[in-house]
Design a protein around this ligand. Sequence first.
Ligand code: ZN
Ligand code: ZN
Length: 160
Amino acid sequence: MTQNETKHQKAKRIFKILGIIFTIAGLALAITGFASIFIAMNNEEKPSLFWCCFVGFPVLAVGLWMLMLGFRKEFMQYAKNESVPVFNDAAQQAQPGISAIADAVREKSDSVVCPNCGNPCPQDAKFCEKCGYALYKSCPDCGEQVSLDAQFCKKCGKKL
Ligand SMILES: [Zn+2]
Ligand SMILES: [Zn+2]
């Protein structure tokens, strides 16, 4: 641990302690001031401790600010530990799903599944790359290449 870090931590501890003291003191002063005003209003007399409000709120603000500085690292760590791994996990879990969907879409859109072995072949492949099975048949009338499940020739309309 370096000198700087030790100093930093010392300053933070002071901030935490002073922050707590200032926050409590500020709250107490503000409450005292308010109570004084309410009591004075009820008794129809001049509030003697209303200045506590004016002192209390800045003190409270300073106390909260010091607490924020003192506990900032803890807050940051908490935020980092809580949110980032969750986000990463979600991304990692979503990624295989997304790529699987992308693969499925790609296979469906630009490939022909071999009826013999199930291998996805490119759309323009005449034979299966894996087993050599003919992926298209030729029209006996005009010689047009048609898909294996076609009922009629797409060029001449002959029943296949
Ligand atoms: Zn095949
Ligand atoms: Zn034909």
